[in-house]
Design a protein around this ligand. Sequence first.
Ligand code: GLV
Ligand code: MN
Ligand code: MN
Length: 427
Amino acid sequence: MAKALKKNNPKKELRVDGERLYKALHDLGEVGAYKDESTGIVGVNRLALSEADGAGRRKVVSWMKELGLSVSVDQIGNVYAERRGETDLPPVMMGSHIDSVPTAGRFDGCLGVLGALEVMRTLSESGLTTKRPLVAAFFTEEEGCRFGTDMLGSAVATGRIPLEAAYALKDAQGLTVKGELEKTGFLGPEAVGRRKPHAYLECHIEQGPSLRHDGFEIGVVTGVQAISWQELTIVGKSAHAGTTPMEFRKDAGVAAARINLKLREMIASGMFGKGMRATMGVNRPHPGMVNVVPGRVVCTVDLRHPEDGFMEEVERELVAFYKQVEKDEGVSISWRQTARTAMAPFSDEVQSVVEGAANELGLSNTPILSGAGHDAQEWSRACKTAMVFVPGEYDGISHNPREFSTLKQCADGVNVLLGAALTLTED
Ligand code: GLV
Ligand code: MN
Ligand code: MN
């Protein structure tokens, strides 16, 4: 049970209920659950604005309403639940996302949303009111797996992506964001851009091995590295695999393979600074038959870099390489940028507040740069922002059904979220 232990300083002694938080993560994880064929492990598939995401959204909204919070939905389907404060000063917002990649675990995003709700529950149980209001929020299509660009809801709410451009985005079946918002019942009336929080906090699993490996209980997130996504269409010439001499071929599959290897070579060269990461996560040959030379490939490139200057160099080098591949392989390559965010540094002040909250709880902590994209990077343009990371088991594997953080790891993170939120609400 969450308790206020000391009458003279009840807020400092508050602790969230880890069992209740973990049960909520489990219950939400049932929505969109599926069994991974290769491992038999149960994962989550809750692609943004799918039926499962709609069901997950309704579940979380019902929990928000049970807590007596006032819930509103904005024009891009972001959901905000507000707990009144003693004043009408701008609120402290806590949030994340509940949409998932198609092969997810139960923690990515959900910890931040259900953690924010657990903070609200803990405060309600103890009968405490904060000076500023508190908001628990979840944002639409953080993953970018369905409509092609990540942090969509928070990017629209904070002005990086225009609403109409977001509405027009299509999934692989040609269904639009606007249509799917209508279908799921989350095309809300609240004007985007209306929210101007005092501060934004997000608790999230690290999604990597560092905290666990280095023995830290909490990561104080310093910012999010730059992200660049491209979608490429490579057109060559489809032909018979047995009869077409090699010198007659225009093999789009070979062109894609060369680009993928080029990414590795660029990293190995050491010429693009430290920390460059690159992934070709989609590679769809057409027609995709054992005995047909691929005439067309649609593939993606995901680039990450902690330094904006190096990211630009990487992008320039790649585009020049596409020209080389066109020449060498006799193919044509067209590409479009589907997502692009610069390195997003977080507020020193809010990082100190997070660090202070972790220290207060006796939790070992370290500064850490986020490798993954997060809604917090969008809110960091609108208000002072930082994040709390918790470690993950199995080398912090994520975007995978094996993603796992223990009850203690989750509760620690949300206790830090609570402590930090309480400090910021008194500002
Ligand atoms: C978000 O999950 C990302 O791709 O970084
Ligand atoms: Mn996430
Ligand atoms: Mn994710």
